[in-house]
Design a protein around this ligand. Structure first.
Ligand code: GLN
Length: 304
């Protein structure tokens, strides 16, 4: 079966199954989405794109953007970043505060909220205009100048971001946040509010499948070593306390967001992105996870 036929058949099969997930409600603006949206896109490192369902419609990529902010921060400060954020799986939900006090304000990894907030703090220290420069960086990776922040999502998250505020305060008390608390939260919410379609997401993440080099113009963004490290972090931490299950069933580095997106990377081969807004109990897309599992099983392609 070719890729297009396979995506079409998996899409039909999973679309018609009951969805046990629930749309994220704690960000009011995210509740407005049609819960039945469902799309999948496969983009190969040879620049062939295949898609099914709503794969060209934009959605809130949320925590998936944490990989992009990490990429920019690593390039700005190098390995010093690891003094302020770890690389171990947390085994806890993405917004858990529990470990952070025991571990003296050093987040377990950059994929959980606390870790991504530290990354934002680093970007603010290093960049003159962090929001503008981060967006320009994402547009460059995506080769698409229409990628944008969604201000309504930013406002919605800000209004209900009590837990993220708690994270930044706790880390500030341990001196792991250097800038103003509101400035860190503002950048973080902007980063989470970026919208992309499955196809744009796969294309943007191709650099992690392509040894750190953009496929559209051959520009090197990351060294081979840093690409390896970011893929390793996605593998171990990208789906939070479901990262083990995702490795077990899908077998690829991946990153999820509460908007219902998941992107997975097969180094040397492809990126695959899925979008279905209803989330399982761990905050990851219920149907998205299923289609990825079936795709890597049917194609017998995983990193293991
Ligand atoms: N913006 C969301 C938050 O801070 C991101 C969470 C996610 O996508 N897992 O809670």
């Amino acid at each position: 079966m070719n890729h297009q036929e396979l995506l079409d058949s998996l899409y039909q099969k999973i679309k018609n199954k009951p969805d046990k997930g629930k749309v994220a409600k704690y960000i009011p603006e995210l509740k407005k989405i049609n819960p039945d949206k469902f799309g999948v896109n496969l983009f190969t490192t040879t620049c062939k794109s295949y898609g099914a369902g709503d794969y060209q419609e934009r959605f809130s990529i949320q925590s998936i953007a944490k990989v992009l902010s990490l990429t920019l921060a690593i390039n700005l400060v190098g390995k010093k970043i690891w003094n302020r954020v770890g690389v171990e799986p947390s085994g806890d939900p993405f917004n858990s505060l529990v470990q952070l006090e025991f571990e003296k304000g050093i987040p377990r990894n950059p994929m959980i909220n606390s870790g991504a907030l530290v990354v934002c703090d680093i970007l603010i220290s290093k960049l003159k205009e962090p929001k503008k420069e981060f967006l320009a960086f994402v547009r460059k990776l995506a080769n698409n100048n229409t990628i944008a922040y969604n201000k309504k999502i930013v406002a919605s998250e800000k209004a209900f971001g009590f837990k993220n505020t708690a994270h930044v305060n706790l880390m500030k008390s341990f001196k792991n946040i250097k800038n103003e608390i509101d400035e860190v939260l503002d950048l973080y919410y902007h980063i989470c509010s970026i919208e992309m379609s499955c196809e744009e997401l796969s294309k943007t993440f191709l650099l992690y499948a392509n040894g750190g080099v953009l496929t559209h113009n051959n520009e090197r963004i990351l060294t081979v070593s840093r690409t390896k490290r970011i893929n390793a972090i996605m593998q171990l931490c990208g789906l939070y306390d479901e990262a083990g299950e995702f490795s077990f069933k899908v077998g690829l580095p991946g990153k999820s967001g509460v908007g219902g997106g998941i992107v997975a990377v097969h180094p040397g081969k492809y990126c695959i992105s899925v979008w279905s807004p209803k989330l399982n109990k761990k905050g990851n897309s219920y149907k998205g996870f299923q289609i990825l599992e079936q795709f890597t099983t049917e194609t017998e392609s995983s990193i293991f």
